[in-house]
Structure formats: C-alpha cells, structure tokens
Design a protein around this ligand. Sequence first.
Ligand code: TYD
Length: 261
Amino acid sequence: MFTPKVDPRESVLENGFFLVLEGLDGCGKSTQHSLLKTSLASLPAGAHFFREPTARAAFEGWSREGARGTRPAPRAELDFFVEDRERHVRATLLPALRAGKFAVGDRYIVSNVCYQGALGIPPAEILAMNLRRELPWPDLTVVLDLEVGEALQRLEARRGASPLSLYEKKENLTKVKEILDSLSFLPGVRRVSAKRSPSEIHREIWDLAAEAVASKEKAFYRHRPQPARPEERPSAFFREGGEKRARERGERERGIFFSSF
Ligand code: TYD
C-alpha cells in the first residue's frame, strides 16, 4: 500500500501534536477551542478539531431524558463514551496525527474519568479501560480551572429559564471537580485559571502549546536532519504567533497609555 510521506518540515512533528481542553461545564472550553481554530488556521501542517461526545444526537437524547430523572446505568454510559471515542479516533484523529497535523480536542479521556467517575465507577478503572484501547495520550491537556460555584453561575446565566442537565447539577459537578483536581499527576496535564478574559486564557494556552511543541521538536530532531531553515520548524510558527501577539499587546497598551494623557 502506498502511504504518502509527509515532508517533516511541513508536519508539526512526524506523529503530529495532540492538545486537549478539559474542565467543568461552563469553564469556557468551547470558546478556547474556537480561538485555537482561528489561530491555527495558517499552520502549514494543518490542524484537526474535534469535540466529544461526537455522537451528540444520542447524548442529547439522554440528557433530555436525564433531566426528567432517568439516566442510563453508569456502565452503559461509560461504554457509550468509550465506543464513541474509539470510533472517531480510528476514523479521523489517528489519520490526522499520522499526517503530522496539530489536533485539538474539546473533552477526551479526562472527561470520561471525571464524569463517569462521579457516578461511582473507580477513576483508575476508567483510565485503564481507555488506555487498553488504541487511544493516543495527548501531548498536552489543558484543564481550565474554575470553582463549581462560578461554573454554575455561568451555566445558569447561559441557560436562562431552561433547566440544567443532570451533568450540570451542583452535586455532580462537585464530584467531577474533586476527581479533576486529583488528576494533575497525569503526563502533560497543565492547569490554567479560567477566571480571566478569553484572550488572556488563549495566550496562556498558546504559550503552553509553544513550549510543548518546542520540547517535542527537540526530541524529534535529535536523530534526524534539521530543516535547512530554522524558521521552517513548527515551533517557529508558535513563537512568531506569540511574538506577534506580544507586539500587538504592546501597541494596544501604549495606545491606552498615550490616550490617557
Ligand atoms: P456539552 O453540552 O457538549 O458540554 P460542553 O460544551 O461543556 O462540553 O456536553 C458534554 C457533556 O458530556 C459534559 O457534561 C460532560 C459529558 N461527558 C461525559 O460524561 N463523559 C465523557 O467521556 C465525555 C467526553 C463527556
């Protein structure tokens, strides 16, 4: 079978780069996901975005049922999320990573561990169940950190009169948060405060990604020829993006400073 070889200068790295956003409902993950979509649009290697659960119709069906008080048995719910994950990973995530793309997920294994862990299934068991499958572990997992009270306030403001789903209830989110806080030891997990403006959070995520890409790249080129021009390295894309932002910020801040006189 012919497999087209990706030019390593074009690829983020031979096996791509995998970033996942995690956090409580209401923490602003989806906003960060779409900000990354814009910032990564011109990445030469290309980017792949996904959001879990992908089988949304099935999930939303039960959320509605759940709001009326019935929810699938915990094990059935766990199987649903793992099977949904396995399907999209095999069909689209692995091919994207193999083509050297930068993949960004909105929820992944950590959500499974926290949300189904909150139903009483041991978190270590959920983690092991995921790791037994062909599911790549992310290079970087950014947890958008927010207190439960704040998350609930944001959700209520967003929902207006419609009731919060069972997943979003205080008791559930409190358990989810407890498990989430216990997972910082996992490889590549970094916490970022979600109590700031979307652009500040985006900048911090960008800097974490730049750092992680640079260190993966360093290992990658240890045994391979370097690209002729260092600016062709994927890390250059992140550095330039960061510098551009810092420049814009400087200009904006100077603008504010001068205009206040
Ligand atoms: P959604 O309404 O998309 O929330 P958000 O925009 O915050 O991602 O619903 C996703 C819900 O699915 C969320 O409450 C967490 C839940 N979930 C699990 O319970 N287990 C999982 O493995 C995943 C991926 C999500």
